[in-house]
Design a binder for this molecule. Structure first.
Ligand code: NIG
Ligand code: FE
Length: 406
């Protein structure tokens, strides 16, 4: 199948480039008046219209000048949750902070109570509604965390639901065990950390990665190091929540344990940038939670100026970022973090794919990669995406070459 009359083919990256860092963040391959050929769900080749020798009478899609780009990759979400926390939304408007809501027994513990009371099938149904909406909005690969179970049985229930989502959608899904998201009810802090370590072998059967909410009032650097050390022999690479509420040491302990990503980073600075230099860890920023909680945005430009790459993800969850709209994430990256559209684009595609170990398979226009593509309405450009941030832009999403019908 050929898509032809593409106005802008955006996100062309040579084979073997798995992430972008520093000045590379400002570069991506663009071809104007282009075509792209898909075979067996994969991108096979592309070129300029004037060089297209093949007859267009074959099965083809006329892009009518629309843009074609890779689908968004969302490397940090908590979309498996029960119900919602709209009551806390009112508390927040009344002036309570995220920490104050959590201290009153709301927050993550509130979601854990709801999840406990929700049958597994219903949990799956609710999560699938969110995932389908995300795919319709152009996300083609996503990571989903546990962390609203907060006891071994309910954590495994969440991981089974994530597995079922993975088996049910045409997008790539990766699972992260985030048992250490908050101390579950009825446990002491110490007992809870031990319970999470003890269940790692079972969790590992259903997970790709391990995460710890390493932050003030949640889990310490020592807790994090213990959990990561126990997870490593089971093949679980870390993706760490760090520096959201305070400079937590989460970046440093994550890098020391070979984390694939360290995420949030709203309070990160020079020490964290130093720790990340030369590492394989992708700093991942979640501007949707800065927007929703009214906290600082992570210093993305400082990271890039220091030669690092960054990814942007939605953090879709009921407490700090109730949205999985990656175009909005891109817009916040440009408007509030002052990234250029190309930098934000690399952060929501190739680098986010890297942050879930998927950048050899998706996240760019590269022969051999999955044909996970967004075809836009005519007239769209990369710059217009974050600028006209609410105008509908998608004509068709393709996942592994197949049109996605929500
Ligand atoms: O990434 N920071 C920790 N976890 C989530 C929030 C979870 C919640 O409030 O339900 C986050 O922001
Ligand atoms: Fe999160």
């Amino acid at each position: 199948m050929i898509i032809y009359n593409i106005g802008e083919l955006v996100g062309i990256v040579p084979e073997g480039v798995l992430r972008k860092q520093g000045v590379e963040m400002s570069q991506t391959g663009v071809l104007h008046d282009a075509w792209l050929r898909i075979e067996e769900g994969k991108i096979v080749e592309y070129g300029e219209m004037r060089d297209l020798s093949t007859s267009l009478e074959m099965t083809g899609i006329d892009a009518r000048g629309g843009m074609v780009m890779p689908t968004f990759c969302d490397s940090h979400t908590h979309v498996v949750y029960a119900g919602c926390r709209d009551g806390e939304f009112l508390d927040k408007i009344a002036g309570l902070s995220y920490e104050q809501i959590a201290a009153r027994g709301g927050g993550i513990l509130n979601s854990a109570d709801l999840l406990h009371a929700t049958p597994e099938d219903e949990l799956f149904r609710q999560a699938m509604e969110r995932v389908r909406e995300m795919l319709a909005k152009g996300t083609g690969a996503l990571e989903i965390k546990s962390g609203y179970g907060l006891n071994p049985a309910d954590e495994l229930k969440m991981l089974r639901v994530i597995r079922r989502i993975r088996d049910s959608v045409p997008a790539a899904v990766r699972a992260t065990f985030l048992g250490a998201h908050a101390v579950g009810r009825g446990y002491t802090h110490e007992d809870y950390v031990q319970a999470m370590i003890d269940m790692l072998p079972q969790a590992a059967e259903l997970s790709d990665f391990v995460d710890v909410f390493c932050d003030e009032g949640f889990f310490t650097v020592e807790d994090t190091a213990r959990i990561l050390s126990a997870a490593a022999p089971l093949g679980l690479r870390p993706k760490i929540h760090a520096d959201e509420l305070a400079a937590s040491g989460g970046v440093q302990v994550g890098v020391a344990h070979g984390a694939l990503s360290v995420d949030h980073l709203e309070r990160a600075g020079a020490a964290e940038i130093d720790a990340l230099r030369g590492s394989e860890t992708m700093p991942t920023m979640l501007p949707g939670s800065s927007f929703f909680l009214g906290i600082p945005y992570a210093p993305a430009r400082d990271f890039i100026a220091a030669g690092l790459g960054i990814a942007l993800a939605s953090d879709y969850n009921p407490g700090s970022s109730p949205s999985g709209d990656m175009r909005f994430v891109m817009a916040l990256g440009c408007i509030r973090m002052r990234l250029t559209p190309v930098q934000a684009f690399n952060a929501v595609t190739l680098n986010a794919a890297y942050a879930m170990g998927l950048s050899a398979e998706t996240g760019s226009i590269t022969p051999g990669k999955r044909a996970d593509l967004i075809l836009t309405q005519p007239g769209w450009t990369l710059t217009k995406l974050p600028y006209l941030y609410q105008t509908p832009f998608i004509r068709q999403v393709f996942l592994a070459g197949i049109p996605f019908i929500p």
